[in-house]
Every structure is written in C-alpha cells, then in structure tokens.
Ligand binder design. Structure first.
Ligand SMILES: Cc1ncc(COP(=O)(O)O)c(C=O)c1O
Length: 392
C-alpha cells in the first residue's frame, strides 16, 4: 500500500529549517574549486599547530590513549586548566572547569544547560553566526544589541544593552574579544552589566575564546571571570583553537558553577560522551608548556594586524580601525553594500577569500571581515589583488 507523502514529511523541525546558513561557507563553497585562492575567510592561522603539541598527541596515541575518558574531561587536564585560568583570572578550582569538544560545543552545552524553548536571550552583535543561532536551535528567542562603528572603532552603548536586559530575560550572550569586529568589552562595562544581570537573575554566557589574542596590555582581555565569583550565574567558554592554533583538534573548555557540573556531565554523555583522549593529553601539554608560544603568537598577530590595517587604510572607499583583539579586521567598504555578492565577486575575479559582513548579522552589512593570522607577505599579495579588482 502506498502512503501519501504528507504523512511522512521528510523535513527537519521548523526551528532548524529557520536557521540561517553560514554565509562564510557560502562564499568559500563558491571558491573551493578555483585554483590559487588566498584564504582570509576563516578564523585560523596559516601555520600548523606547534610541534611540541603535535608530538604530545602522537606520544599519547603511541602509548594507548585511545579510550573514552570521564565525561567532564581527564582530571589532569581539568587540573591544568584550573591552574591556567587561576593564573589569568584568579583562584579557580578544577570542579569549576569542564573539558569540551572545542568552543562551539561548549557554547551549545552552555545553552542547553540554561536556555529553553521560548526563553528570551540577548546577544551583542555583529557576532560570529553560531553564537546567535545556537539558542534558536533550542527554541529560544534572540534579541540583538548592535555595537556602533564610530571615530574610535567599534563601541558598545552600555545603556542600550542594559535596557534590552529586561527582567525575565534568561541570558546575555556576549563575545569579547569579538569576532568579527575585534571589539573588547571594557572591564568597567563588564562590571555594570554583571551587576544588572545579578539584580535580574540573568545568566551571562561569555564567549572568551579570543581572550589571549589581545593587543593592549596584560596577558588576557578583561574577563567576566575577573569580577564574578565562581558560583554565580556566569558561564565562560574557551577554546584551544585560537591561542595554540588547534582548530582541527576540537578541544575547548568552560568555567561554570560547580553545582552545574553533574547535569553538564549528563549533557556531555548524550552529546559527545567526552573529548578525544589523545587530544586531551595534548591539551595538557599545550596549556602547561605553551606560554612562550602564545606570547610570540600575540606579537606576530599584532604585527600582522598593523600591517593589514596600514595597507587597507589606503584603499579608496575603505574605513578601517585597528581592532584591540581577536584576529580580524572588520572594515566598512563603499563597494560592499551587498557584502555577500561582493565577496563572491572577489573570490571569482581576484582569488581573494573574504567573509561578508552580512554573515555576522544585519548590522554587519556593508562590511568585510579579513582574517590577518598569516605572514605579512600573504597579506600584501591579498591586498594587491583586492585593490586591483576594485579598480577593474
Ligand atoms: C566567537 C567564537 N566563538 C567560538 C568559536 C569556536 O571555536 P572552536 O569551536 O574552534 O573552538 C569561534 C570560532 O571561530 C569564534 O569565532
């Protein structure tokens, strides 16, 4: 007997069908088959993971680290991370640290822990699309508060954010240093916002995966961990991807109230069960022995940032500010009013791979994101092609 198709609709849930596809991927897919593309579209370095970390993973594999681990991560890694976080942000117990399968998994787990269907959340944008879409997967609503692009670069009107954080709001989601703008939330703004969230019982989910890629002073950008106690409604998300060039390894962690870890362990069991064991072993070495590497990386990135900002500042129609953190220049460009179409043209005609501003929300339209985590010579070649295509 044949059944009518309508009885078996082969579609995903409405919430999933309503998600925005990644426009960064849309551009990169358009350029994948083309030869000689210079990729500045993704948030990763052109260098491989440092040798001492690769060796640690190879040694771990060789010695048989091929089994499941505890849901919350190998205790030695949790301990090493607690020590690392403690050095940057003050005393932190390993009970407050949980290992995840990279930052994006930590964001999903944080959202699954505290955000449910119909919840109202607030996010500061422009923003890496995943952070905005994850609450929607869970059926939550996301209201956005835009950063503003002014004389001094990107800035947040704190009063506007406070006004959006109405009583009954479930969570604030804020990413600093910010992808794509490089904006860094000042410590005094964090203090005011945290106080307000405490008053109204609002969770703070702070995506601080770029905390080490900070070009002002100190070893890390201002963090909610600097001002929050470890048992209040603050969840901070971190990654090995950016500071130790480990994007393909999929390792991250979160810092959260110890009282949540039992429930988080259940969520991890039903998501990934644990991060890969030999990758966790390499993570222990990265976080314990990687300080010299991270400090040099920041110096190199700052150099590349300055190089790209100087080069783009001379491009007609471009308005550029040096970002304080992360690994991107997010600049306004007259010719990029439709940034998606513009980036597709750039990859086709100039073989330069860029990310369209509209990928980061409507308030990113008219901007372009350029990842500068590469050698200055590659940036020079990219800017030369870009400039030529704009003229032609
Ligand atoms: C703001 C932000 N958060 C989280 C992530 C997640 O990184 P990963 O999943 O590689 O740890 C990224 C990656 O680009 C990011 O830009």
């Amino acid at each position: 007997m044949t059944m009518p198709d309508s009885l078996f609709p082969s579609t995903a849930r409405d919430a999933i069908r309503g998600l925005r596809g990644s426009r960064i991927r849309e551009v990169s897919n358009a350029g994948l088959h083309l030869p000689d593309v210079l990729p500045f579209w993704f948030g990763e370095s052109d260098q491989v993971t440092p040798a001492f970390i690769r060796k640690a993973a190879a040694d771990a594999l060789e010695s048989g680290a091929t089994f499941y681990t505890h849901n919350l991560g190998i205790p030695r890694l949790r301990f090493a991370l607690a020590d690392y976080v403690g050095r940057l942000h003050g005393p932190t117990a390993m009970e407050n640290v949980v290992v995840t399968s990279a930052g994006v998994n930590a964001l999903m787990l944080a959202a699954q822990l505290v955000i449910g269907p119909g919840d109202r959340t607030v996010a500061v944008t422009p923003l890496w699309p995943n952070v905005v879409e994850i609450p929607k997967i869970l059926g939550a609503e996301v209201e956005t508060v835009s950063l503003e692009f002014g004389e001094a670069g990107w800035a947040l009107d704190v009063e506007r954010l406070l006004a959006a954080l109405t009583p009954g709001t479930r969570a604030l989601i804020v990413n600093s240093p910010n992808n794509p703008t490089g904006w860094v939330m000042p410590a005094d703004a964090q203090r005011v916002v945290l106080e307000h969230c405490r008053l109204h019982g609002i969770w703070v989910i702070a995506d601080e995966v770029y905390e080490r890629l900070y070009f002002v002073d100190g070893a890390a950008a201002p963090s909610f961990l600097d001002i929050a106690s470890r048992d209040e409604r603050v969840i901070c998300v971190y990654s090995f991807s950016k500071s130790w060039l480990m994007t393909g390894w999929r390792l991250g962690w979160m810092v959260l109230p110890a009282g949540l870890t039992e429930d988080l362990g259940k969520l991890i069991e039903y998501n990934t069960s644990c991060a890969p064991s030999f990758v966790q072993e390499a993570g222990i070495v990265a976080v314990s022995e990687g300080e010299t590497f991270v400090r040099q990386l920041v110096l190199d990135l700052r150099h590349s940032r300055d190089h790209l900002v100087a080069a783009l500042s001379t491009v007609p129609g471009a308005e550029v500010h040096a970002p304080l953190g992360a690994m991107y220049v997010f600049f306004k460009l007259d010719q990029a009013a439709d940034s998606l179409a513009f980036c597709k043209r750039m990859v086709r005609e100039a073989r330069v791979g860029l990310a369209p501003g509209s990928a980061f929300g409507d308030d990113g339209e008219g901007y372009i994101r350029w990842c500068y985590a590469c050698r200055p010579e590659r940036l020079d070649e990219g800017v030369m092609r870009f400039r030529r295509a704009l003229q032609g």
